[in-house]
Design a protein around this ligand. Sequence first.
Ligand code: FE2
Length: 199
Amino acid sequence: MAFVQEPLPFDPGALEPYGMSAKTLEFHYGKHHKAYVDNLNKLTQDTELADKSLEDVIRITYGDAAKVGIFNNAAQVWNHTFFWNSLKPGGGAPTGDVAARINSAFGSYDEFKSQFKNAAATQFGSGWAWLVLEAGTLKVTKTPNAENPLVHGQVPLLTLDVWEHAYYLDYQNRRPDFIDNFLNQLVNWDFVAKNLAAA
Ligand code: FE2
């Protein structure tokens, strides 16, 4: 069975008033994410990996030099779907239980934002910034290229794509502005709450 590209959880123009244009979504979802899905299907066609779940393909191929292309495409398919779900038009600060967990882990919401921004800004080259649950504790991390928390025994809660293709059309080289915009008006804390509840 072929791997499929999940539909975007919002209208492609829905984030436009919040600093992520429909043009960016057209390329990021419609070209980049789609290419990872197409490549993964080509690379796994007629192999036993074609019948595995996406998560299993990621875990099985991680660290296998002969399967690095499959790992990269599988992880990028998964990371992007997780990223779209991490976005919400007009997101802001967390509330309720999630806010309490953030305050308990980082001291304050501002300190969380500062750590997340630092991770996202200092990931050299392509990669991802994450909020994860590791051994019951909330933690900010970053990963290079396609790597993700699933291969490190962590539970991913939230992510930001910091590949240049994620922000170049709207922010050109200004990655810090793209990160600020995400933290100020795009974070889907409902998704974080759902992931925490399921962890
Ligand atoms: Fe991306």
